[in-house]
Design a protein around this ligand. Structure first.
Ligand code: NDP
Length: 300
């Protein structure tokens, strides 16, 4: 295996440590405690795990965590009332509504009800527009985490050829915008892209956000490229026992690592960066709300 393994777990721990240090300073100098409100509607098991982890890491960083668990049949108006209440609560600097929402709720409407300055997921249409026009915004956590890992490994990204596979609103598109803002030459590939392997082989930076287990093989990778695997897929692992599952990315790790210069593993790559960046965004939102300088190196 030729590639350097990018240790997202260690980098995320470092980000959380830097956030905690800023939070401690905010408390001691200004008597301000950043607060994150997480809203979970329903009982989706994966969402429950995410929300639990978010709560634990928010507390560990010294912030206040406000958890709101609502039944799966919560009417839309009730959810919108709660968001309105959180929008005006001065203890709350960040609001996150855990997705996916139950089908009777309109996710777009709900997300766009969050005050843009508190939208720490960066999904509000105002933040999408601000990012797209290169203005200060809240940046979606997963792409922000990928950007931090890339800047840490490569320094300046200016002039690099970047290919993002996937054009979702939560990963692919904001990732492409961030890379463009860092002066990469960006291509977005998707399910209709022709000769996708050839397109990807041009990339100095290859981001896989496809949702297809191990689709990206070594054939997609330019020798020496930096590969960021965003995918989280659960596949059967009969070798571990009947009914057991294991996590894999969107990249076939072994074959990509033969060719790449560096690669993120799954698990332990991008995944841990997502919550670390949620905490960083909450801190940033708090600093902006109080017109204090933003923490360096923790924003896009
Ligand atoms: P979506 O399903 O919303 O988007 C997938 C994208 O991949 C689409 O744009 C789709 O193209 C494209 N695609 C699908 N099949 C192919 C193919 N055969 N060739 C090329 N492109 C293809 O997924 P998300 O963006 O939400 O998530 C992507 C992955 O990232 C998932 O594995 C998800 O679990 C993971 N994820 C990880 C996070 C983390 O914290 N690490 C956070 C969020 C997501 P088209 O638009 O043409 O259909």
């Amino acid at each position: 295996m030729a590639a350097e393994i990018i240790d997202g777990k260690a980098f995320a721990a470092d980000v959380r440590g830097r956030v905690a240090q800023h939070v401690a300073e905010l408390k001691s100098v200004h008597d301000i405690v950043p607060g994150l409100a997480v809203v979970l509607v329903g009982e989706d098991p994966a969402s429950q795990v995410y929300v639990r982890n978010k709560h634990a890491q928010t507390i560990e960083a010294g912030m206040e965590s406000f958890e709101h668990r609502l039944p799966a049949d919560t009417p839309q108006n009730e959810l919108l009332d709660l968001i309105e209440q959180l929008n005006t609560d001065s203890r709350v600097h960040g609001i996150l509504v855990q997705l996916p929402l139950p089908p009777h709720l309109n996710s777009e409407l709900v997300i766009n009800a969050i005050a843009p300055a508190k939208d720490v997921d960066g999904f509000h249409i105002s933040n999408v527009g601000l990012l797209g026009t290169g203005q200060k915004s809240m940046v979606p956590c997963t792409p922000l985490g990928c950007l931090m890992l890339l800047r840490d490994r490569l320094g300046s990204l200016s002039g690099k050829d970047a290919v993002v596979i996937g054009r979702s609103n939560i990963v692919g598109k904001p990732m492409a915008q961030l890379l463009l803002r860092d002066s990469c030459t960006v291509t977005i590939a998707h399910s209709r892209t022709k000769d996708i392997e050839e397109v990807c082989r041009r990339a100095d930076i290859l981001i896989a956000a496809v949702g297809r287990p191990e689709m990206v093989t070594g054939e997609f990778v330019k020798p020496g490229a930096t590969v960021i695997d965003v995918g989280i897929n659960r596949i059967p692992a009969p070798e571990k026992g009947e009914g057991k599952m294991r996590l894999v990315g969107d990249c076939h790790f072994e074959s990509c690592a033969e060719v790449a210069g560096a690669i993120t593993p799954v698990p332990g790559g991008v995944g841990p960066m997502t919550i670390a960046c949620l905490l960083a965004n909450t801190l940033t939102a708090c600093c902006r709300a109080h017109r204090l300088p933003e923490p360096e190196g923790l924003t896009a």
